[in-house]
Design a protein around this ligand. Sequence first.
Ligand SMILES: Cc1cn([C@H]2C[C@H](O)[C@@H](COP(=O)(O)OP(=O)(O)O[C@H]3O[C@H](C)C(=O)[C@H](O)[C@H]3O)O2)c(=O)[nH]c1=O
Length: 181
Amino acid sequence: MKVTTTPIEGLLVIEPTVYGDERGFFFESFNARRFADLTGIHAAFVQDNHSRSARNVLRGMHYQIRQAQGKLVRVVSGSVYDVVVDLRKSSATFGQWFGVELSAENKRQCWIPPGLAHGFAVTSEFAEFLYKTTDYYAPEHERALLWNDPEVGIEWPLDGMPLLSAKDQKALPLTQVEVFA
Ligand SMILES: Cc1cn([C@H]2C[C@H](O)[C@@H](COP(=O)(O)OP(=O)(O)O[C@H]3O[C@H](C)C(=O)[C@H](O)[C@H]3O)O2)c(=O)[nH]c1=O
């Protein structure tokens, strides 16, 4: 398992060790002891989520302002461009974004610490997105940052306008959203 830091403090890209043979492949998608040893993070995950989306769907940018969730995210079918925005006012990278391709082929994962808005755009015909969270879903605390806020300037690899939920269509720009201390 290889762990790579990113320009956003605490955001990690993880590449699992994949064992291939003539039958196919095997890899441990999560191992609490190895994850803690290699990242220094003792994450107690309480929820597993799974979503399927078609090409050009964009889900994001989401976060919970209370019961903020750490997320360990991966793709098991297709590919997505996975993006975070730092919403921690105390962070040197507040308001900055970072994106990385996650796919069934590259088997990459991202550890997204609490305090970041998260979303992804689908870059294959369909994508199945799985992730673990360190706190429970709390819709009353859910917030959404506008996916195309010019102040943030995320460079999405999209073919035209994405397919967004009604909630995401009316998300707020960085200057208006609730942020973290
Ligand atoms: C997130 C969530 C949703 N739901 C229900 C609520 C709705 O009836 C339905 C779809 O929810 P939503 O449109 O918020 O799903 P996404 O747009 O995929 O939301 C996720 O998008 C980005 C990628 C994230 O990082 C968040 O984990 C999450 O906000 O599932 C639940 O029952 N439990 C949950 O944990």
